[in-house]
Design a protein around this ligand. Structure first.
Ligand SMILES: [Mn+2]
Length: 318
């Protein structure tokens, strides 16, 4: 029998965790896993590191925002999804460390196999696609809510199926999800084509402030902490701004740096030629070859920018 299925079948009280700063793949694949476990008549709790961003709130409210001051009891199994290493659990590592059995399902090639049972495949488009395969292998029914959650996960990590990580098989999976009667156009509109007015105006400012280096092969934007207040938006509601410099003609690598909560979050994207996963590793982070990131602590925005430009310069000028 499948080892993951065996662990789930033998557990009764299960915690689900995904990476900090949850994105649609982390959120969607966790909700799908939770729904499947619930359908089996077992108890599962999904712990978020913080409230989910505005545009994903319509998907579900069936989760707990983790509070370290509270005690949540013990879980006999913890399942980590879309999480490249245990540091990416943030404060919820307390739940992970208390569990006897742990599972790690992820598609970040830099994943360090930190759990008891690890299913890691860096060639998969998304953790959502891996959950689809797992549920199919386990003979679990893909219900309409599960199909909606997985559609959000897969469509988001593939940039609506346009990134190189989307394989012919990814689209077969999505075709199966569509057969469950999901409204894919409405889901896509909510996830990709809806913004608050403040977030959209902030992006306008970001567009006007793109910096270019190395003959335009590196395009970069920075967001300081004050800009979110200036446009009356919550930081997490702004989403990925790294795709804005990525679309500038001639760009090989695009970068966004945003200062929040005393850290500088660095997002990196490649347009194909360079492996930004290894650049992220040099910065203490991780990810995929085409999309990766790192979080720099105890550093000012300007200092972080200088550091990132220098490292990328070494890669580009090789
Ligand atoms: Mn993912």
């Amino acid at each position: 029998m499948n080892d993951i299925l065996e662990l789930i079948n033998n557990a009764n009280n299960i915690a689900i965790l995904s990476h900090i700063d949850e994105d649609a793949d982390a959120f969607g694949s966790s909700l799908a896993m939770k729904e499947m476990i619930k359908n089996k008549g077992k108890n599962a709790v999904y712990f978020l590191s913080k409230p989910i961003e505005h545009r994903l709130q319509f998907l579900s409210t069936d989760y707990i925002v983790y509070n370290e001051a509270e005690s949540y009891g013990d879980f006999d199994l913890v399942i980590c999804l879309d999480c490249g290493d245990e540091k990416r659990l943030g404060k919820r590592i307390a739940i992970f460390e208390k569990a006897i059995k742990t599972i790690n399902i992820d598609h970040h090639y830099t994943n360090n196999s930190f759990a008891g049972v690890n299913r890691v495949d860096g060639n998969m488009s998304s953790t959502g696609e891996m959950i689809y395969d797992l549920l199919t292998e386990m003979g679990e029914e893909i219900t309409k809510p599960i199909a909606e959650f997985l559609y959000c996960a897969i469509s988001s990590d593939t940039g609506c199926f346009k990134y190189s990580c989307a394989s012919p098989k990814t689209l077969v999976v999505v075709s199966e999800l569509m057969k469950k009667g999901i409204d894919h156009a409405e889901l896509s509109r909510k996830i990709f084509d809806t913004e608050t007015i403040g977030a959209l105006r902030l992006k306008g400012k970001v567009m006007n402030s793109i910096e270019q280096y190395y003959d335009g092969r590196l395009s970069l934007v920075t967001l300081d902490e004050a800009v979110f207040g200036e446009y009356s938006v919550v930081e997490s509601d702004v989403g990925d701004v790294v795709n804005i410099p990525r679309s500038v003609e001639g760009t090989e690598i695009s970068v966004s740096l945003r200062k929040t909560e005393g850290k500088v979050k660095v997002s990196l994207r490649s347009n194909g030629r360079y492996n930004v996963g290894s650049i992220a590793v040099m910065l203490g982070g991780g990810g995929h070859k085409m999309a990766a990131g790192a979080s720099l602590e105890g550093i000012e925005l300007d200092e972080a920018k200088e550091k990132v430009i220098k490292i990328i310069g070494e890669v580009i000028n090789g």
